[in-house]
Design a protein around this ligand. Structure first.
Ligand code: NAD
Length: 317
């Protein structure tokens, strides 16, 4: 049976960025970083998905010429002090933490103590604030680019690869006319992702367990940044109605058993899953035009790209 659409793997999409990253690292090796830059990952949970992601990060980083060091702790309370030490260490270029650590608000505190100049995941409040306000640079001369949170950024790069961004449209409006559903509204991925897509001109329906919200720049894209409107409590019927009208469906539900109903997918829609569990059933391939079952490898490419940008910004200062 010939399927009408295509499944595209994250590894294929990540390759687009591999050469650019390698070239930049080769340049760094001839100047400020003879041994290549150093990325440090902090792991203090027993989550096998986090550990696997850490191993992939290491493998990918090293294949690109980046040194990767995983610092693992059984005692979560040791993280803070060790992160502060890495902040001060001029030999460390990038820092990331594998979340959840405590699984509560203390994780946000840990996130914010990572030096803003080493925050490869782009989770610092200033980066978020810039993103939510559609501010793309850190300085008045527009020389230092702001950093974007790497998983939402990876999804944007995937949508570009899938040609859902239309570069014929004016800069900043490349998603004008597209309707997207994002099932996840975490502070790490879902909410920033909905904002990014809406800032680029899309109409985004952001879905979580409790309710459904609409993110847009208003009619005629009249606002410079997205606005949010509550559409009411979560309901299957509303999700179904919005999804059947959506060009793009993105899932990130952290559950093994959750499956986005294939009958809610419009024929020819693009489906992307960033959860570590497959949120779509295999029969989605018979409905979707483009299907990206996982995104982790693109996220890792974005981590390393963010690190190079941080080094560039530091060197420019
Ligand atoms: P989280 O637990 O913080 O957030 C989950 C979100 O999904 C919440 O908004 C919740 O309301 C929503 N949700 C849960 N069940 C739902 C349902 N049945 N219907 C509608 N909404 C529902 O998780 P997170 O940190 O955002 O991570 C989510 C997943 O993404 C995890 O599997 C994680 O491993 C993965 N992740 C992947 C990458 C990557 O690069 N691919 C990066 C970060 C996280």
């Amino acid at each position: 049976l010939i399927k009408p659409g295509r499944t595209i793997l994250a590894s294929t999409i990540a390759k687009v960025y591999t050469q650019e990253i390698k070239d930049n690292i080769a340049k760094l090796k001839q100047t400020s970083h003879p041994n290549g830059p150093l990325l440090v990952g902090f792991l203090a949970n027993q989550d096998p998905a986090a550990e696997m992601y850490a191993r992939w990060t290491g493998k990918t980083a090293e294949s690109l010429g980046v040194r990767f060091e995983l610092r693992q702790f059984d005692d979560k309370d040791q993280l803070e002090e060790n992160i502060l030490t890495a902040n001060e260490d001029t030999g460390v270029d990038g820092i990331m933490i594998y979340f959840p650590v405590f699984g509560n608000a203390q994780d946000q505190y840990l996130q914010q103590i990572v030096s803003i100049e080493k925050d490869v995941e782009g989770l610092n409040h200033l980066y978020y604030q810039n993103m939510y306000h559609n501010i793309r640079y850190l300085d008045d001369e527009n020389k230092l680019k702001s950093i974007l949170p790497c998983t939402p950024l990876a999804v944007v790069k995937i949508l570009e690869y899938l040609k859902l961004y239309n570069s014929l449209l004016p800069e900043g409006n490349h998603l004008y006319g597209k309707k997207c559903v994002v099932v996840n509204r975490s502070e790490i991925v879902g909410r920033p992702l909905a904002a990014l897509l809406a800032n680029d001109g899309a109409t985004v329906y952001s879905v979580d367990i409790n309710n459904i919200q609409k993110f847009t720049r208003g009619s005629g894209l009249k606002f410079a940044k997205h606005h949010v409107e509550d559409l009411g409590d979560f309901s299957e019927s509303l999700l179904k109605k919005l999804s059947l009208d959506a060009d793009i469906i993105i899932t990130g539900v952290p559950s093994e058993t959750y499956k986005f109903p294939t009958e809610y997918v419009k024929e020819g829609a693009a489906c992307i899953n960033f959860s570590s569990h497959k949120n779509f059933n295999d029969d989605v391939k018979e409905k979707a035009s483009l299907y990206v079952p996982m995104t982790g490898k693109v996220t890792i490419a974005m981590l390393i790209r963010n690190m190079l940008r941080l080094i560039e910004n530091r060197n420019a200062k």
